[in-house]
Design a protein around this ligand. Structure first.
Ligand code: ACM
Ligand code: ZN
Length: 473
């Protein structure tokens, strides 16, 4: 008998070839010897018995039981499941800056991810293309930074204003909703790069004296917060104070990715800071900048997460957790001190087409890239995502492959995973999501699909920006 479960449990023993008719609710037994997220579920002699040490374990048992009921109704095979997660950090990320999702849409995504035992929601709230969180001390961040005056993303080119932000009450609502499904919401305020929306709102923070606009195109921009100006640290800490109040969890993401150093190289204030702090170069200035923010947040009881570029200077404090996405180097030796969250660009980025990142590639990716991997995350960036349906099409079923990697100590084969998907996907059918169903493509279809995806994105503005970046290097 082949029982389908997603994610598949650590241990599942079918204890009898006979099925038993279940009548009545599961019997819950508190067992303090089990871990926080661990549970045992037995189906035996007409009864389901669940053991857990507390609410989280019972919740995960309930998610497993939902899938068993979907398959078997109340005539279930007798079995014993002993289950606990491989990693403490099992995360999905939504970029709500390039595309602004409503609170209801975010909650729907949280529902879908909770079903597969994700326990972290990384909420990407600030970007070049929009600032998305109310900050009382700096209302200009939402008055100015939440609106871009036009959009030029691939085929989508228009001059209409596009914007939106989450009020503090809306943020509290999402955080509380996720918590009710045992998901911690982790905010990301991306610093010091990807800050055009912030710099458009607070021009006194920019390196040099260039006027910055909320960006309309995708890409990496050289506008950056001046890391030499002391006042900027005060403003950042003020903003972080207000964000911290809304998110009661330990982890706090401060970005750190794709921060071009051209302006820091040319800025007298940044150069003076490099000299005063005895730093070797601009990469070390980023390490210094992130260390200062980490220390500030540590004093507020938080632990910083940063994308892997903050390691480039070699002077980052070991206490920062690193989210690995892309660095092109031999990795195992490179991360001896840091806790690592794995989000490999080529395997776990959900926004790329299935032709480029087939389901099998996501599933079979070996996430053990360093000694201290604490978990996995599936990010979805939204430059090219126009609505919730498209997001769910791209995320499912690939998100489930990441959920399974994050949960299962001994992952079943890819073939077993696919067959479980076929058996269970119908369970999650709703009218407003659209999971992909034909994930097996031949190599030629993959190559053509990947090329088509990138060609579609190359409009005039984006091409100009890419060429500009190459010139600056
Ligand atoms: C990233 O994709 N820039 C983290
Ligand atoms: Zn500067």
């Amino acid at each position: 008998m082949d029982i389908s479960l997603l994610p598949f449990p650590s241990r599942l023993n079918i204890t009898s070839i006979n099925k038993t008719e279940i009548n009545g609710e599961p019997v819950k037994v508190i067992d303090k010897t089990l871990g926080r997220e661990e549970y045992e579920l037995s189906v035996c002699d007409g009864a389901v018995t669940v053991r857990a040490s507390g609410d989280e374990g019972f919740f995960y048992a309930e998610k497993t039981l939902d899938q068993l009921k979907y398959q078997y109704g109340n005539m279930m095979p007798e079995m014993l499941i002993e289950d606990k997660p491989k990693y403490e950090y099992r995360s999905f990320m939504i970029d709500c800056c390039r595309h602004f999702f409503s609170v209801d849409e975010i909650k729907k995504m949280i529902d879908l991810c909770a079903a597969f035992k994700f326990n972290k929601f990384h909420w990407h709230l600030s970007e070049d293309q929009g600032w998305r969180i109310q900050i009382d001390k700096y209302p200009q961040l939402t008055e100015i930074g939440s609106v871009r005056h036009g959009t030029s993303l691939g085929k989508e080119v228009n001059n209409a204003d596009y914007g939106g932000y989450y009020t503090k009450d809306e943020i509290r609502e999402v955080v509380a909703y996720a918590k009710s499904l045992y998901i911690d919401t982790i905010p990301e305020i991306d610093l010091p790069g990807h800050t055009s929306a912030l710099l458009a709102s607070l021009p006194e923070m920019v390196c040099g004296d260039k006027k910055v606009e909320v960006k309309k195109t995708a890409g990496v921009f050289k506008d950056i917060i001046c890391a030499g100006r002391e006042k900027n640290y005060e403003i950042i800490f003020d903003i972080l104070d207000e964000v911290c109040e809304l998110f009661p969890y330990e982890y706090f993401h401060i970005g750190g990715d794709e921060a071009p150093k051209k302006q820091w190289k040319e800025c007298p204030e940044c150069q003076a800071k490099i000299k005063a702090e005895g730093l070797a170069n601009e990469e070390e200035l980023q390490g210094y900048f992130v260390n200062r923010i980490s220390e500030y947040l540590r004093n507020k009881g938080k632990k910083v997460v940063s994308w892997n570029e903050s390691l480039n200077g070699g002077n980052l404090n070991g206490e920062a957790t690193i989210q690995f996405w892309l660095d092109g180097e031999k990795r195992y030796e490179k991360y001896p001190d840091h806790d690592i969250i794995v989000s490999d660009f080529f395997a776990y980025y959900m926004d790329y087409p299935y032709e480029m990142t087939p389901l099998k590639k996501t599933y079979c990716y070996d996430e053990k890239i360093a000694k201290k991997v604490i978990g996995v995350e599936a990010p979805v960036w939204t430059e090219y995502i126009p609505d919730f349906k498209r997001m769910t099409y791209l995320c499912f079923p690939r998100n489930i492959a990441v959920a399974q990697t994050g949960w299962c100590e001994n992952k079943p084969s890819y073939e077993k995973f696919e067959s479980d998907l076929c058996n269970l996907m119908g369970m999650f059918d709703t009218t407003d999501w659209a999971p992909k169903s034909d994930w097996n493509r031949n190599q030629l279809a993959q190559k053509i699909g990947t090329a088509k995806f990138f060609i579609d994105k190359l409009n005039k503005d984006f091409t100009k920006q890419l060429i500009g970046n190459m010139r600056d290097k």
